[in-house]
Structures are given as C-alpha cells and as structure tokens.
Write a protein that binds this ligand. Structure first.
Ligand code: GUN
Ligand code: ZN
Length: 445
C-alpha cells in the first residue's frame, strides 16, 4: 500500500470511458479509452492515481474500498463551458428573439443579484443543480454585481469545485440596474482577480456580456486587463442572432464583422471563449483559428431562442479548425443536463447535414471543453494526476432507456441512446475531488 499523501481512498469499478484526443480528428479508436470492467483509483488528496482494466489493478491498491458500478459508465465529470448563474431559475421564458428575451426576462432577473442574500442563496441552488446533473466544472456568467461573483466563488470554494466566473461588464444598452460605468467595472474586475484568480480550483474569467452592451472604452479596459492577466479567461457572446449582429454593425460601423470588434480591443486570444458563433463568416473562423480561441456550441439555447443552427463542420473545418466546446447556456438553454444538450447538438447537426455521434458528444463535454478552457492538465480525462471529478451514468436509468438498451449492440450505440434519452435521472453518482457529492441515493446535496 502506498503510504502518506498518495494513498488510495477508493476504487471505482465499472465501465470506464475517457478520451485521449478528438474523435473527429483522429478517429474514435485512437481517441477513446474504454474498459468494460474498468477501475479508477482515487487518492486521499482527491486525484486520480490509476485508471485501467480492473484485472490490471496494481496490487498496492487491492485493499482500497471498492465501489462497484457494474455496467454503469464511469466518465470524467462533465464540463459546462457556458452557463449563466443569475439565470439559474429563469428557464423557459418565451420571447420573439434574443434581444427581446434579454430585455423582458434576463435583465430584470439579473438585477435581483444586487442583493447579497439573494445572490448567496442562489449560488448554492445553482451549484446544486450543476452537480446533480453530473456537471463538476463550469465557465459561468455572473451578474454585473461584483458581490454576486464573490458569492459564487465562495460557494464553489467551499465545495472544492473547479469553476471559472467573473463580474459581467456592461455599460450601455441595458437598464441602469445591470450596468456600471467602464472604469468602475474594470476596477471591480481587477479586485476580483486579486481575490480569486487561481485560488485553489478557481479561475477568473473577464466577462464582457457582448459587444452590444459595452462601449469602446469598456472593451479597451477589458483588453488591458486581459493583457495584464494572461492566465485569466475572456468570456463573452459572439454571433448568436441576426438582430444582434445588425446591432453590432450599427454600434461599431468601422468593424469588418462582429469578431473584428473583439479583435480590435485585444480580446481574441487563446484564452478567449465565445458562446454561440452560429453565423460566423470564413474570415471570422480564420481569425478564431489563428488565435486558438474556443467557440461554444449552445444547442438548446439556439433552438429555444430561434437564434439559428450551429454548423459544426463549417466552424471545425479541417483547413482551419476552430476549437469547439459545448454548453447548456442556462437560462437561454432549456436543460441543465449535458446529455440533453448533446441530444440537441445531434439534432442540429442532422438539420445541417453534419455528422455528430456519441463519441463526438462525450468528447466535447469532457476533454474537448477542458482543452478549450485550458484545463486539460487538471480535468477532462480519467488519467492519473487529474482531479478525481467523476460522473457515473446509468444507461438503463429509466424504463425508456432500459428498453432501448436491449437493442444496443456496441459501446457507441449504448452511449448514443444515453445521450439522446438521458438526463439527470441517469446520474448515478458524482464525485468532486474523489468525494461523492451527488447521485441517486444522496439527494441534491
Ligand atoms: N447575449 C448577451 N447576453 C446573453 C445571454 O444572457 N444569453 C444568451 N443566450 N445570449 C446573450
Ligand atoms: Zn449565454
């Protein structure tokens, strides 16, 4: 038995699935690692010590307590690459389009986060929702109030979660209750970076809502902050709806296109994460590829708000691939479940004539998102050394799934049914840093 800090706390035994690379690029055989009777050894420090076939379990771990999951699927914890904390209860609010939805629902709801007791209670409820859906890490929009981001960081820290967020920068084209002048928002962002960036598993994301709600001065200050703090992420929206793109053209008449606005202020780089990217031109894709930025597909939001159909083959085209991630985009999105999100991504791919299989989906929700968020050394696989953030999914969780799985003839088909028909009911167990925090017998925590 290994002594001291690296001692095994437990062994998780079941069908393991983890990725080494992108199946769309290297093919599923090269990309995926799966063991029908697999094991993940978790250390007392909450890291993965070993992963492989149970029959090859190193003898030094043989005495560790074993949690048996039979034919259930053990995956790296799911990662949500774009989700809005202050919209956590505001799902299913119908509107004609994105801009009307923001005015009528999102801005008034976000204004409530000026009150600390509201923000603090909401942070706990929001994080409960993430983990009960198998999501163990997320890049999160907060509200314009620095205090609300502070509440969320504090709640995530208490739970040992890997989470990235930041106060939202907005200084125009929105109600006073959710805007702040450019200088003040930059000052508040800088203070939050000093308080929270790289504290334990937390990182700061400079958060510009979108070009429509920022003046040139605010974008310039955000660019300066990013240059001064290159380890931070830049998190914003890009090219989501037709009316939004027209507004950007009106507000920045000198710009070549929407992406050019962010480029002009130094906001397009390898740590930049752009939600949506539905209507990107070839020039914009080339610029995002050159910068190694990530575009985050948010399928349930895009269909719900009628924003458009993301073209994964256009954005990821081999001649100049743009990194693609996947996200719920709650509350424009309609489900906290990344399984439901992948199901919608599949349907959108079909409508666009694109391929999208289960391996593509589970890769995006694990290693793909981890890479785009620059966290693949920490999370996103079951490899030794990564944090033991793990989700166990039951492929037969509901009567409908159980019946469908009677027909499944391969791992891919089993995972496909799980992604199309699964949701939080399929979440059997969730581990954060090796500790069980949610799952069927634990309630919502
Ligand atoms: N663009 C700017 N703000 C938002 C938002 O809150 N949700 C979505 N889906 N798009 C946005
Ligand atoms: Zn969003």
């Amino acid at each position: 038995m290994t002594a001291g800090a690296d001692a095994a706390a437990r062994v998780l035994r079941g069908r393991t699935v983890s990725f080494r690379d992108d199946p769309r690029v290297v093919g599923p055989d090269q990309a995926m690692q799966s063991h029908e009777d697999g094991a993940v050894v978790v250390s007392q420090q909450g890291r993965i010590l070993w992963h492989g076939a149970f029959t090859d379990l190193p003898r030094e771990h043989a005495e560790a307590p074993c949690e048996r999951y039979g034919r259930e699927v053990i995956l790296p914890g799911l990662i949500d690459a774009h989700v809005h904390f202050p919209q956590h209860r505001m799902l299913a609010a119908p509107a004609h389009d994105l801009l009307e939805w923001l005015e009528r629902f999102a801005f008034p709801e976000e204004a409530r986060y000026a009150a600390e007791d509201h923000a603090a209670a909401a942070a706990e409820r929001f994080l409960d929702k993430l983990v009960s859906h198998g999501t163990t890490s997320a890049l999160v929009f907060s509200s314009v109030h620095g205090m609300a981001a502070d509440c969320l960081f504090r709640a995530a820290q208490r739970r040992g979660l890997c989470l990235m967020t930041g106060a939202t920068m907005m200084d125009r084209n929105a109600p006073d209750a959710v805007t702040q002048d450019a200088e003040a928002s930059a000052r508040e962002s800088a203070e939050l970076i000093a308080s929270w960036h790289e504290v334990e598993r937390l990182r700061y994301a400079l958060t510009v809502r979108f070009a429509v709600t920022s003046s040139e001065e605010q974008l310039r200050l955000a660019g300066e902050l990013l240059a001064d703090h290159p380890g931070c992420l830049l998190h914003t929206h890009l090219s989501e709806s037709a009316a939004e793109i027209e507004a950007v053209q009106r507000l920045f008449p000198w710009s070549k296109d929407y992406t050019d606005v962010y480029e002009r202020f130094g906001l397009v780089g390898e740590s930049s994460v752009f939600a949506h990217g539905i209507h990107l031109s070839e020039r914009e894709c080339q610029a995002l590829h050159d910068a190694d930025s990530m575009v985050v597909h948010s399928p349930t939001s895009n269909t719900f708000l009628g924003s458009g159909l993301f073209d994964i083959e256009h954005v990821g085209a081999a001649r100049r691939p743009v990194r693609v991630g996947i996200a719920t985009d709650i509350g424009g999105g309609t489900s906290y479940s990344l399984l439901q999100t992948l199901a919608e991504a599949y349907k959108i791919a079909r409508l666009k004539g694109c391929s999208f299989n289960a391996f593509d989906g589970f890769y995006l929700a694990t290693l793909g998102n981890a890479r785009g968020l620059r966290l693949d050394g920490e999370i996103g696989t079951l490899d030794a050394g990564r944090w033991a953030d793990v989700v166990v999914l039951d492929p037969q969780a509901t009567p409908v799934l159980a019946a469908r799985q009677e027909l499944s003839e391969s791992l891919e088909d089993m995972l496909f049914a799980l992604m199309m028909l699964g949701d939080d009911r399929a979440v059997r167990a969730v581990y954060v840093r090796g500790e069980r925090v949610a799952g069927r017998d634990l309630g919502e925590g």
